[in-house]
Design a binder for this molecule. Structure first.
Ligand code: ASP
Length: 582
């Protein structure tokens, strides 16, 4: 037997037993005639002792050759420790080693393999296999496994079937670029990697499978923003014979199950909010509702004086910062600088201090009376002691800017507690979104999303106003899932693609397979997909997804460990007809 026990297992009750252990040398302490070694594996750390007196001089000499991360196997006797370590479960015992085998040596690792490491991000990614030996990364991967297993259990118990869909497919538009794979056997032709299994899961509904899920890799060639991965994992789901309400209930159930099983947190019914309400109250379609600081729109109570900045603005809007009245002039100046950063882009910020005695002191006292400021306080729900921060300008821009400020201030005020979970559904998303670059409407979710039947007649007259049967599940300021009720008839799908600027030929060429399927008795259906990486990170109390991915890519989409992407040789290029002049 390679090992009789793991390194996390032995206790006082094992004293006197002969055991065989294997693992990595975490560190050793050399006292000359006696050496202690911490032996590590996935399960924990066990202390080994090599002692001239109780075993042999040779044994101690051999132990002295052990370096960090050597892989060893030992046999010895479990003894009670003289000085016990209460911090680890095995801390009351140690192993008096009688036999030591070095299974493999190790070079000195490029960073310390401890909970707190001195390795930078890139270095840790380059040696990811060493990083995985560290507790925080190992625990994150085990945590991810737990979540994935719970998802499978829950959905399977509810009658969902996990079906694998192909990876070499034709483009499925989810708003990003496709990764493409050249086909050797079909000259000049390419597969696309799925941005999601969207069309396949719809075809499974036409196939009568009724309830589908899949934990599945998706690929999107986007300009990488921080904390995005070009390949990521979805919990992809679809159901037939359902309305939006059925979907929301089914997946609220799953989310509640995960929060309960994984985090021990019980959450009653998730609140629901329309997209319009979310934008109005939080300036954001994925509001963090762990804290208040809701927007107060001030046009009516702020555009009646001689203050041109407000008078010329489409929207004047503010938030109350709890306790902010005590900020110094310098601190407020810093906030103003913060909102003026190019990433936020505000032109300036007006503020009002709500003094404890009920009076107000603002940066626009020249223009406004106390009773004006009192109305602003009322509208933004500011209490004595608060600071009202007000931005103005074009509606869409100002909302986004104030939303950024709200999140930043909440972070600084410690209101974004990762142990608190605040899920909600955002519903009634717009169907279409105007794109300035292409001067066209794009599907806000994807082209298979069904418009709300009652809004259908606005498709020609006021397309931007048409709402969709589309919804997002939001938690702690992050979108963790999104989906829609789908179009399930050919005519509506063709109409929709027409509105998105596809000619009938293009529509047929790209989506003919789906529209054909709709002609053979497609049931009403809908679904959603969760982003597993993000969901796991949030349940794990973190906002970055990288540590929950075994082998992540860096911010330039590179795998620095295997050095991919990389060049391929001329022969391969030729075979793929990507290089013809050979
Ligand atoms: N395919 C969609 C996505 O990847 C999810 C869905 O509509 O079910 O966002």
């Amino acid at each position: 037997m390679y090992r009789t026990h793991s390194n996390g297992e032995l206790r006082l009750a094992n004293v006197g037993q002969e055991v065989t252990l294997a693992g990595w040398v975490q560190k050793s302490r050399d006292k000359g005639f006696m050496i202690w070694v911490d032996l590590r594996d996935r399960y924990g750390i066990t202390q080994l002792i090599f002692d001239e007196e109780r075993t042999s001089k040779e044994m101690v000499e051999k132990a002295k050759t052990l370096g960090r991360e050597f892989v060893i196997q030992i046999t010895g006797e479990v003894i009670e420790r003289v000085s016990k370590n209460k911090n680890i479960p095995t801390g009351e015992v140690e192993i008096l080693v009688k036999k030591l085998d070095v299974l493999n040596e190790s070079k000195t690792p490029p960073f310390t393999i401890e909970d707190e490491t001195d390795g930078g991000d890139e270095l840790r990614m380059k040696y990811r296999y060493l990083d995985i030996r560290r507790n925080p990364v190992k625990e994150s991967l085990i945590f991810r496994h737990k979540v994935a297993i719970e998802v499978r259990k829950y959905l399977s118990d509810k009658g969902f079937i996990e079906v694998e869909t192909p990876v070499l497919i034709k483009s499925t538009p989810e708003g990003a670029r496709d990764f493409v794979v050249p086909s050797r056997m079909n000259e000049g032709q390419f597969y696309a990697l799925p941005q999601s299994p969207q069309t396949f899961k719809q075809l499974l509904m036409v196939g009568g499978l009724d309830k589908y899920f899949q934990i599945v890799k998706c690929f999107r060639d986007e300009d990488l923003r921080a904390d995005r991965q070009p390949e990521f994992t979805q919990i992809d789901c679809e159901m037939a014979f359902v309305e939006q309400e059925d979907i929301l209930n089914a997946f609220e159930g799953l989310t509640r199950h995960l929060l309960s099983e994984v985090n021990g947190v019980e959450i009653a019914e998730f609140p629901r909010m329309t997209y319009d309400e979310a934008m109005k109250k939080y300036g954001n379609d994925k509001p963090d509702i762990r804290f208040g600081m809701e927007f107060g729109e001030l046009n009516e109570v702020a555009q009646h004086k001689e203050f041109g900045v407000f008078n010329n603005a489409e929207l004047v809007v503010g938030i109350a910062v709890p306790g902010g009245a005590s900020y110094t002039r310098k601190e407020i100046d810093k906030l103003v600088e913060w909102v003026k950063r190019p990433q936020v882009g505000a032109l300036g910020m007006v503020y009002v201090k709500c003094n404890d005695d009920g009076t107000f002191k603002s940066s626009v006292d020249k223009f406004y009376e106390q009773e004006d400021l009192a109305k602003w306080a009322e509208t933004t729900n500011a209490k004595p002691g608060d600071l009202i921060c007000i931005l103005s300008g074009l509606e869409n821009k100002v909302r986004a800017q104030l939303s950024a400020l709200r999140m930043e201030l909440a972070e600084r005020l410690g209101l974004r507690d990762p142990k608190v979970f605040a899920p909600l559904w955002v519903v009634d998303f717009p169907l279409l979104e105007w794109d300035e670059d292409t001067k066209r409407y794009h599907a806000m979710h994807h082209p298979f999303t069904s418009p709300k039947p009652e809004d259908m007649d606005m498709l020609d007259t006021d397309p931007g106003k048409v709402r969709a049967n589309a919804y997002d599940l939001v938690m702690n300021g992050n979108e963790i899932g999104g989906g829609s009720i789908r179009i399930h008839d050919k005519a509506t799908q063709a109409l929709m693609l027409g509105h998105l600027g596809f000619t009938p030929e293009e529509a047929k060429e790209q989506f003919g397979f789906l529209m054909n399927a709709f002609e053979y008795g497609a049931p009403p259906h809908g679904g959603l997909a969760f982003g597993l990486d993000r969901l796991v990170a949030i349940l794990g109390g973190q906002e970055t997804i990288r540590d929950f991915i075994a082998f992540p890519k860096n911010n330039s989409g590179r795998d620095v460990m295997i050095d991919a992407p990389s060049k391929i040789d001329d022969e391969q290029l030729k075979e793929l007809r990507l290089k013809l002049d050979l």
